[in-house]
Write a protein that binds this ligand. Structure first.
Ligand code: SF4
Length: 447
């Protein structure tokens, strides 16, 4: 790679989960701190950071086609943009990317992106580099101060996963579970609130496995951290995702009934309703134990909105086992959910299991499953009509003069009133649709 000028503009493109979005924001802050400016909308950036996701099928091929697109746009603009590949594909396929894509100057994993600045300095001198190291906790301490944030902000509190579900790459791409120190998190949350956040979502691949010593040396679980953050006066709402059923402690369930700022929304993946499939997935819980957790959560907070994750077509899944998944969905009545067809991930045990399901069977099952989920999401929204609640305005709606915010149950609520991003408004929910509601403004609680 030839030496080149230091880039003046950058663009970070993040794919996949909220943790990648958070990492993308931190990499952007890192480049800001180096005096490089975010490229304007539609402008070809001098440096493009592809912050990749490894979860979906053909994830790796998608990275190569994105690289090709950036190179082509550069040629058409008479530029040679610098390209960095970050995220989970970088972690899993770093060396191969360096071999297959000479245009890529930097490959950096999710645990090492705090070194992106140094890698960039080397790239400017013409030196390509890869860093997929997994240092214990160096990253966060090395990242620059948080900049102005939107009213809703993400805060990564935990990374990695020790569960090793047989279909999942996360334990291999993100490493073992690490809980960030309690004091760092309280400090970063306070900085986010000072920078404008009114709602903070605590993130982790297994967020409810977080634990840490508080400032009095007492071991706290996620509920202890939530109770401490709730003391921040200008922080109005707390959420957390993504959780594992086996880490829903008594304390965390109780917090849903006792901490007003903890929003009545719980995303708790289950994947299947069949105990044989759950065992083959190494989920280490049963359908019954999962339902019992939800019963305890509902007892603590009866109006809670429940959300789940589902995989259809896991190797060996029979029609009867799929029906068990539909029965579990009917028993829960989810307010929202994410559902996917099983896709084999290289290096995961399930990818080489017998009984891989035919694509057309997966399609048919996914359709039936989503019909049940959409029915229940609409029912949850319809049951919300007539309720009064606070809504945090996040952005403009699609129509002129329309604004969009989220209810405490994480429903999208539209308003045709003159509002601002960051307004907390009291509203009556007046009309329900499959994925959103119409709100009638009663008053602005805080601007
Ligand atoms: S708990 Fe979640 S992140 Fe961890 S291995 Fe299972 S699916 Fe992956």
């Amino acid at each position: 790679m030839k030496p080149s000028d230091t880039p003046k503009t950058y663009r970070v493109k993040s794919f996949g989960c909220q943790m990648n979005v958070y990492d993308g924001e931190r990499m952007a802050e890192l480049l800001d701190a180096k005096g490089i400016k975010p490229a304007a909308e539609g402008e070809d950036a001098d440096l493009v950071v592809l912050n990749t996701c490894h979860i979906r099928e053909k994830a790796t091929e998608k990275v190569y086609s994105d690289i090709g697109r950036i190179e082509k746009a550069g040629r058409e603009a008479g530029k040679k943009p610098m390209i960095a590949v970050a995220g989970c594909v970088a972690q899993a396929e770093g060396e191969e990317i360096m071999a297959r894509a000479p245009a890529v100057g930097m490959v950096v994993g999710p645990q090492a992106y705090h070194r992106l600045g140094d890698m960039l300095d080397r790239a400017v001198k013409g030196e390509r580099s890869t860093d997929t190291d997994m240092p214990e906790d160096a990253k966060f301490a090395a990242l620059p101060k948080r900049r102005k944030v939107s009213p809703t902000a993400f805060l990564t509190v935990q990374e990695g996963c020790d569960k090793f579900c047989t279909y999942c790459v996360v334990p291999y791409t993100r490493g073992a579970e690490i809980s960030r120190p309690y004091s760092d998190l309280v400090d970063e949350a306070a900085k986010l609130v000072d920078a404008g956040a009114r709602e903070v979502t605590l993130l982790g691949q297994n967020v409810n496995a977080w634990s840490g010593e508080d400032d009095k040396g007492r071991l706290q679980g996620l509920d202890g951290l939530i109770r401490e953050l709730a003391k921040l006066p200008d922080l109005k709402r707390i959420r957390y995702t993504t959780s594992h059923p086996n880490d829903m402690t008594e304390g965390l369930i109780a917090a849903h009934g006792e901490v007003d700022k903890l929003m009545p929304y719980l995303h708790l993946p289950v994947q299947s309703g069949s105990d044989r499939v759950l065992k083959a997935m190494n989920r280490s819980h049963t359908a019954e134990s999962y339902l019992k957790v939800l019963d305890r959560v509902r007892a603590a907070r009866p109006d809670i909105a429940l959300s789940g994750d589902f995989i259809v077509g896991f190797p060996g899944e029979t029609d009867a086992e799929f029906e068990e998944t539909l029965s579990l969905i009917d028993a829960v009545g989810y307010a929202a959910a994410f559902s996917f067809k099983y896709s084999p991930r290289p290096g995961t045990p399930a990818a080489t299991m017998d009984g891989q399901i035919a694509p057309e069977v997966m399609d048919e099952r996914l359709q039936r499953l989503q019909a049940h989920l959409n029915r229940d999401q609409l029912a949850f929204n319809e049951a919300s009509v007539g309720k009064t609640c606070d809504v945090l305005i996040e952005r403009k709606g699609r129509k002129p003069g329309q604004w969009l915010g989220k209810s405490p149950w994480l429903q999208s609520v539209f308003f045709d009133s003159d509002l601002q991003i960051g307004d907390m408004v009291r509203a009556e929910l007046v009309h329900a649709g499959p994925s959103s509601l119409q709100g009638r403004l009663l008053e602005t609680v805080s601007a």
